[in-house]
Ligand binder design. Structure first.
Ligand code: FES
Length: 101
């Protein structure tokens, strides 16, 4: 289990490893947009990683492609793609608009 914390709510809890940040948010009852359903094609699930970058899986092609379209750079991640490997703290930005490719 890894401790995952979401700001601005400050809600945190233990989440099984290998779950995505989106799954962690749902597990902890933290509202997080996910317009495409978790398929790396909308960017509404974007978060900013505050601590624990090294405790997330790396950015793969689909996530990198969507982040390019949405003009996002690390420390942003797409919560549906970043899988948890250890303790992580993230911020949910105020606005998460869908990108229509
Ligand atoms: S839910 Fe659409 S990119 Fe993550």
């Amino acid at each position: 289990m890894s401790k995952v914390t979401f700001y601005p709510s400050g809600k945190s809890g233990d989440v099984p490893e290998k779950k995505s940040l989106l799954e962690a948010a749902q597990f902890l009852g933290v509202p997080l947009p996910h317009e495409c359903g978790g398929f790396a094609s909308c960017s509404t699930c974007r978060v900013v990683v505050i601590e624990g970058h090294e405790n997330l899986t790396g950015i793969e092609f689909e996530e990198e492609d969507m982040m390019d379209l949405a003009a996002l750079l690390p420390p942003h991640r797409l919560a549906c793609q970043a899988k948890i490997l250890g303790d992580v703290t993230v911020q949910i930005p105020g606005e998460s608009k869908a990108i229509k490719p």
